[in-house]
Design a protein around this ligand. Structure first.
Ligand SMILES: Cc1cc2nc3c(=O)[nH]c(=O)nc-3n(C[C@H](O)[C@H](O)[C@H](O)COP(=O)(O)OP(=O)(O)OC[C@H]3O[C@@H](n4cnc5c(N)ncnc54)[C@H](O)[C@@H]3O)c2cc1C
Length: 327
């Protein structure tokens, strides 16, 4: 595509929200591009999803594989890249990526969800996937009989300990909080060493072995060695490129109206990124659809198409009941 060509909509994020948006926008004829760091988002961390309507139990990966194929079957294009900048000039959005690419669109749907909260130490990104993991459920089993460091707290800490302790030879549990339920649970496991109230100051690698530097609230320092490091500190939105255009609540979520619209005309947001009280796949998918239908109406308006999508089925719709279920 040349720079002068303009997509009808660019969707940022290929989680369940973004891909659900894409199914609707592309099926309704909008030229749709999805730009995403990965395909599948948070659901790829889920070993079995049992509460998505119509699907009794399926791994998150398999569900997202189907949803991706569905979006592609209607013509949605997907590229793997990270969006780092967004601007609107003369009614057209200009989207810039980390890979140095520039794309244009009439509308944008931000569906960038949430990402695991980082430790915030230097060079952290360099170790991701090379022994540093943000998902004990996904990567814990790779550390059978190995030494690991787990940095977490509360419920997530308990879950991490329960998975890692039976597998690993040693678990060094660094918990940000000095007293919480996970500190009590840690005492049950003979191979767990706990560092309550400690903070990680540095993460480095020496010949394949991690060195994790800690400091306690009194200022004493410690160095741990491990084969793998797990960080389970919850999830956060990462929307630096959006902040200047949208209202953001105290949790860092984008505030939207009933049609998933933001303060900027043509810019919509959906999924875990928005200020919805519950974070579930079906909710992310449905807000993705709301954003998509709003984008379709917006693009039609910009193009001077007079028809717009109706909000409901309307009185004239004929509904034929074909079969009834036997209970
Ligand atoms: C461990 C775990 C278990 C869960 N279990 C369930 C469950 O059983 N049932 C259920 O209903 N829900 C469950 N959830 C919640 C569910 O996964 C989320 O509500 C849902 O996946 C959110 O989807 P999303 O598309 O809004 O965001 P995400 O899944 O976070 O997807 C966002 C996408 O945007 C991309 N992205 C982010 N920033 C950028 C950028 N700047 N440029 C380009 N791309 C970007 C990301 O790479 C990602 O692909 C679980 C979540 C977790 C973490």
């Amino acid at each position: 595509m040349s720079l002068e060509e303009v997509y009808d909509t660019i969707i940022i994020g290929a989680g369940i929200a973004g891909l659900s948006s894409a199914i609707y926008t592309s099926r309704l004829g909008l030229k749709t591009l999805i730009i995403s760091v990965d395909v599948g988002g948070q659901l790829t961390y889920v070993s079995s999803i049992e509460n998505y309507p119509g699907i009794e139990a399926l791994s998150g990966y398999d569900l997202m594989f189907k949803v991706r194929n569905q979006a592609k079957s209607f013509g949605a294009e997907i590229i793997l890249d990270e969006v780092i900048d967004l601007a609107k000039h003369d009614g057209v959005f200009v989207v810039k990526t980390k890979g140095g690419r520039i794309f244009k669109a009439i509308s944008v749907i931000a569906a960038c969800g949430k990402a695991p909260r980082r430790l915030g130490v230097e060079d952290e990104e360099r170790h991701i996937g090379k022994g540093l993991s943000y998902c004990v459920i996904c990567d814990g089993p790779f550390y059978r009989n190995k030494k690991v460091v787990l940095i977490s707290f509360g419920n997530k800490g308990v879950e991490g300990l329960e998975i890692l302790s039976p597998l690993a030879s040693e678990v060094h549990y660094v918990t940000t909080s000095k007293y919480d339920e996970s500190v009590e649970v840690a005492k049950k496991f003979s191979n767990v060493h706990t560092y309550p109230g400690y903070r990680v100051t540095k993460l480095s690698k020496d010949g394949g072995v991690f060195k994790v530097n800690l400091i306690d609230p009194d200022g004493s320092v410690k160095e741990l060695e491990a084969d793998g490091v797990f960080v389970e500190l919850g999830f956060e939105t990462r929307i630096d490129f959006l902040r200047k255009y949208v209202e953001v609540n105290e949790k860092g979520e984008v505030v939207v109206g009933k049609s998933c619209e933001t303060k900027v005309e043509g810019l919509f947001a959906a999924g875990d990124l928005i200020d919805m009280p519950y974070k579930q796949a079906v909710i992310a998918a449905s807000t993705g659809v709301i954003a998509a239908l709003s984008a379709v109406n917006y693009v039609n308006k910009v193009k001077g198409v007079t028809k717009s999508l109706r909000g409901d089925w309307g009185k004239k719709t004929q509904v034929t009941k074909k079969k009834s279920f036997r209970l």
